[in-house]
Design a protein around this ligand. Structure first.
Ligand SMILES: *Cc1c(COP(=O)(O)O)cnc(C)c1O
Length: 474
């Protein structure tokens, strides 16, 4: 025991720290060891979880006994093995997880070079490598807590570049409008609301049969808004829509944005990183002013790790720097004067880059590229298997790694929506496979999304087996 405890009430002795670390280390090893055999969705009710884990916290510390509670945490956590295919969720790479622990141990504040030379240097390097990996050499940016934050920041940059609202706010009659497709992620209307632009000023442009924005309708909408005296400021393309993974025609949208002088932001939170494996699918990315990429999705990083990239760092400073000369006063050297807080909504910032840096150095970009390609292949394998089964129906083209399909009731039930909802519930309750759902043209769809480096070819067979078995039982 630390004899100095009275004066440093929260600090452990090195021996106690080792004991805590050993126990956590054992738990983490056991987690990965048993990952494949765990039920994916823990069989716990809301009331049970509340009783187990949601109670009040003690006035008097439990010491090492507190760690025993971690068993309940792990036992009731969702297990993201190779058959977890819900939403768009990165599978959590091991080296990155360990690096995240170390990032907290050294507890650097990645706010400015002066505050943490190592962390800031590493993050700038990671961002620059990420940009190059998706074909955006020379772009700048920073890591954020998620695609929602990255998209919000991208739109904040657009607002400042085109309206200049930071100082006096948005004038009531600004008439500012933004364009995106009907398939846009909810992060975008949320950003419109938070930035005072208003959700109604987000024009939702209809999509074609493959769920891509209709550029002819985009042009018409812009022309109409201009004719009616409004002020178009930005167009948001989706690179991997959240439901089907469709990629908007980015080249054409970029041309329209350029012609009308609009900011071009791309929400690539889901699919932008696919450019590492299939650059041709995402060629239009090179025209963006800003793009959101989620490394905690398709680079398999533990949450959180998103990235906003932008072409013009001055635009980021205009949007986010309040005291332009603040950091510059501290150092003449441009590297040492750099401050992320001048280009971000965050001031104190986690050392998010360490996990991506270490996991990238450990595995190499080629391995990530191969993993992304495998996800793309697995999606095509599942789509193929669905086409081969009379009892299954594909509901959307598979452009990236999201597969939307449904089960045709073998008993001929009329309400396929209710039937598939029941099928999904059964699959996820069984715990071997986890899918999520989506609505496609009013139809309830089962949705499998591959951003999972643990998925094997055999897991694809398990998905088909789980769906057909659940359909028979429903
Ligand atoms: C996941 C996602 C978001 C939101 O990102 P978070 O990291 O969950 O905040 C936005 N857009 C798309 C297309 C996404 O897939």
């Amino acid at each position: 025991m630390n004899t100095d405890r009275g004066r440093q009430p929260l600090e452990l002795s090195i021996d106690d720290y080792k004991r805590v670390l050993d126990q956590v280390s054992r738990l983490s090893v056991e987690w990965f060891e048993k990952l494949d055999e765990r039920r994916i969705q823990p069989p716990v009710s809301g009331a049970e979880a509340q009783a187990l884990l949601g109670g009040g916290l003690p006035d008097v510390g439990e010491g090492m006994a507190a760690l025993d509670s971690l068993h309940e945490v792990l036992a009731n956590a969702r297990a993201q093995n190779g058959r977890f295919l819900g939403y768009v969720m990165g599978s959590g790479e091991m080296v990155a997880a360990v690096a995240d622990l170390l990032a907290s141990v050294i507890n650097q504040n990645t706010s400015a070079w002066h505050s943490s030379p190592t962390a800031v240097t590493i993050e700038r390097g990671v961002v620059s490598s990420l940009a190059s990996a998706v074909g955006l050499d020379g772009f700048r940016g920073n890591l954020t807590g998620g695609g929602s934050a990255s998209n919000l920041m991208g739109l904040a940059m657009a607002r400042e570049a085109k309206l200049g609202a930071n100082e006096s706010g948005i004038s009531a009659g600004s008439g500012a409008v933004v364009y995106a497709s009907t398939e846009v992620h909810m992060a975008m209307p949320k950003a419109m609301a938070l930035l005072g632009l208003g959700r109604r000023q987000l024009r939702l442009i209809a999509v074609d049969a493959a769920f891509r924005m209709r550029v002819d309708l985009l042009e018409k909408a812009i022309a109409r808004d201009l004719a009616e005296g409004r002020c178009p400021i930005a167009v948001v393309g989706s690179a991997g829509t959240i439901v089907t993974g469709a990629i908007d025609p980015l080249e054409e949208i970029a041309a329209v944005a350029r012609r009308f002088g609009l900011w071009f932001h791309v929400d690539g939170a889901y699919g932008g990183l696919a450019a590492i494996a299939v650059p041709d699918k995402l060629r239009g990315l090179r025209h963006v002013d800003s793009v959101a990429l989620d490394a905690h999705k398709w680079l398999y990083q533990p949450v959180d790790c998103s990235c906003l990239l932008y072409h013009d760092a001055d635009a980021a400073r205009h949007a986010f720097s309040f005291t332009d000369d603040y950091a510059k006063a501290l150092a003449d050297d441009p590297i040492e004067a750099f401050a992320f807080f001048d280009e971000s909504i965050e001031l104190s910032r986690r050392f998010r880059a360490l996990k991506l840096w270490l996991s990238w150095k450990f595995h190499g970009l080629d391995t990530f590229r191969a993993a992304i390609q495998r996800d793309l292949d697995h999606a095509q394998m599942l789509a193929e298997a669905i086409r081969d089964q009379d009892s299954l129906e594909l509901l959307a083209p598979v452009e990236l790694s999201a597969v939307c399909f449904r089960s045709i009731d073998p008993k001929g039930s009329a309400d396929l929506n209710a039937f598939n909802a029941a099928v999904l519930k059964r699959i996820n309750a069984d715990g071997l496979v986890y899918l999520s759902n989506a609505t496609i043209h009013g139809q309830f769809a089962l949705r499998a999304c591959f951003t999972n480096h643990r998925t094997t070819d055999d897991d694809i067979d398990e998905v088909v087996r789980a769906v057909t078995a659940a359909a028979r039982a429903s």
